[in-house]
Unconditional design. Structure first.
Length: 177
């Protein structure tokens, strides 16, 4: 089985998560929402953001939280539509414990497993490279990691869309009906 991989990119509050949710809702397969924010580390404002996302989700969607082992998770979710929101938070969870090369290899392996098992995969990610250059090396390094990860996913993706002010701009491929 070969899955259809879509990447939905955008800046903060661009509408990328809502767009991915609409696309996932059109799927014929059951939807699993993989939330990549470590809820145990979330502050009050982040908990409010998480709550807003939870309220928007249809009741029949399965939600997976606090699971960051994507290859194992994708294998478990065989035949389903997977909405991963978001790649940037997943990277931030792993970036302190894993060197960039190994993290990107892990992401590549995760995509391989997902495309081999899932029905449809939608990955939401932040485009950080269009903002200000971070003033410190850690910030610049993370921005660069996210850019490389987005390039990796975009190269593997069948469909890539960029959200700007809630409007979609198709960068690659055709959206599945």
């Amino acid at each position: 089985m070969s899955a259809h991989l879509s990447l939905i990119l955008g800046g903060a509050r661009s509408g990328k998560s809502r767009r991915a949710e609409v696309l996932a809702a059109c799927s014929l397969a059951p939807v699993v929402y993989v939330a990549t924010c470590a809820t145990t580390l979330a502050d009050a404002e982040m908990r409010d953001r998480i709550g807003a996302h939870q309220i928007r989700r249809p009741a029949n969607w399965l939600t997976v939280e606090n699971r960051f082992d994507l290859p194992a998770l994708f294998a478990e979710l065989s035949g389903r539509t997977i909405l991963l929101d978001c790649l940037t938070l997943w990277l931030s969870f792993h970036c302190e414990a894993m060197e960039e090369k190994f993290l990107l290899d892990y992401l590549r392996a995760s995509l391989f497993v997902a495309k081999s098992n899932a029905h449809n995969i939608l990955i939401v990610s932040n485009e950080l490279g269009m903002g200000m250059v971070p003033s410190n090396p850690i910030g610049r390094s993370f921005r660069d990691l996210c850019g490389r990860a987005n390039q990796l996913v975009a190269a593997e993706a069948d469909f890539v869309e960029f959200q700007i002010a809630g409007l979609p701009l198709v960068l690659k491929g055709e959206l599945l009906p």
